[in-house]
Ligand binder design. Structure first.
Ligand code: PLP
Length: 392
């Protein structure tokens, strides 16, 4: 019995050390990491640049308060701005918190136009986090059950269906923004169609709505570009990220450009820890390492090696319904019972995840070698083969 609230059904493994794409448990057993702590350690575990930045900053100044100027925060904001074209940043500590900023920003934007009950359009199978605003924006009922009443001001539509948003627009004059994950993560690893994203951009421009991208999971190099929007060719007004931005140090950021960058004013939002020197030093080390080590160039080869390893070791192709996703967000929807996949993967020495019921989700680090990627794919196929054999 532990003294923790039982909010997680935890697997009986304790990792005590990590390096690159490998984790070790307390008995010294190595595991190939196909999850990166759910898209967090994109640079691999304990990347020396990030560790050095944190060590140096921890020995100099960890916290001062947003009542004062913070040089490391201004530096990271400038770096993100140069890399994305976004013009104004608000730093916080997690993805949910960063989405709360976006949700508040959209509401304030609506109020400025005299819309007193502003509505943000969100998608089916979306996931935006567990705080009350982000939870209301998230799809599905299970996570919300017993936590009602939900925050109002969201309208949900099916993904990749522009007609559904146009229909919502004609019946609801209070829409001010659209919030989407360009690549849905928890909802099953699904990239939104590029045509749909383009149509969303055009609709937002026509209606004067804000287009807001949640790149908490797909951002920070994972998609193959620093942020997914940069390869999809559709630029949002608001860009939300977290997870990989600190490579394990908690940091989130809500970025905005154009009119959206002017919305939040002094006193409109705040945070004690957000943007502290320590987190921002980690963030700068991450952004600069992704660029200096050309890590985005590794994304396509690692993806290919994983999928090739998987397909070549898979015994029955009909055990897989679809392989999808973008870059190093790989979703393998299986036809076999998925309940035990993660545990069986651990038994074979790989860390993987299953989401949306039956989709194996692989989120390996961008520093994985080709050989490790092939091995990961092969072991995942072995796990699927074993389940197939034991159930047929
Ligand atoms: N948004 C997306 C797309 C996510 O995948 C997640 C977490 O999985 C979140 C938001 C919430 O982030 P956090 O757990 O850091 O609050």
């Amino acid at each position: 019995m532990s003294a923790l609230m039982p909010t997680y059904k935890r697997l009986p493994v304790t990792f005590v050390r990590g390096e690159g794409a490998v984790l070790w448990d307390h008995k010294g057993r190595p595991f190939l990491d196909g999850l990166s702590g759910i898209a967090v350690t994109n640079l691999g575990h304990c990347h020396p640049n990030v560790t050095a930045a944190i060590q140096e900053q921890a020995a100099t100044l960890m916290h001062a308060s947003n009542l004062f100027r913070i040089a490391q925060q201004e530096r990271l904001a400038a770096e993100l701005s140069a890399a994305t074209g976004m013009e104004a940043m608000f730093f916080c500590n997690s993805g949910a918190e960063a989405n709360e900023v976006a949700i508040k920003l959209a509401r304030r934007y609506g109020h400025e136009q005299g819309i007193n009950v502003p509505t943000t359009v969100v998608l089916e199978s979306a996931f935006h986090g567990r705080t009350m605003g982000a939870l209301a924006a998230t799809a599905g009922h299970i996570m919300k059950e017993n936590f009602e009443p939900m925050l109002q001001g969201f309208e949900r539509v099916p993904r990749n269906d522009i007609a559904a948003i146009e229909a919502a627009a004609s019946s609801n004059p209070n829409i001010v923004a659209v919030l989407v994950e360009p690549v849905q993560g928890e909802g099953g690893v699904r990239q939104l169609d590029v045509e749909y994203l383009r149509a969303l951009r055009a609709l937002c421009d026509r209606k004067n709505w804000l287009l807001m991208f949640d790149e908490v999971q797909c951002g920070n190099g994972r998609s193959g570009s620093l942020y997914a929007f940069q390869q999809l060719g559709v630029t949002p007004d608001v860009l939300v990220t977290a997870k990989g931005l600190g490579n394990g140090f908690p940091i989130g950021c809500c970025m905005a450009r154009g009119d959206a960058a002017q919305v939040l004013k002094a006193g409109d939002h705040g945070t004690t820890y957000g943007g502290n020197p320590l987190g921002c030093s980690a963030g700068s080390a991450v952004i600069n390492t992704i660029a200096s080590d050309s890590l985005c160039d590794r994304v396509a080869p690692i993806r290919e090696h994983i999928i090739h390893g998987f397909e070549s070791a898979l015994k029955r192709t009909d055990s897989v319904r679809e392989i999808r996703g973008l870059g190093l967000m790989i979703g393998i929807e299986v036809n076999v019972p998925a309940g035990d996949l993660v545990r069986l993967g651990l038994e074979q020495g790989v860390v993987i995840n299953v989401t949306a019921g039956n989709t194996i989700r692989l989120l390996p680090p961008l520093v994985m070698t080709d050989a490790q990627a092939t091995e990961l794919g092969q072991i995942v196929a072995d796990v699927v083969n074993n389940i197939e054999e034991s159930t047929s």
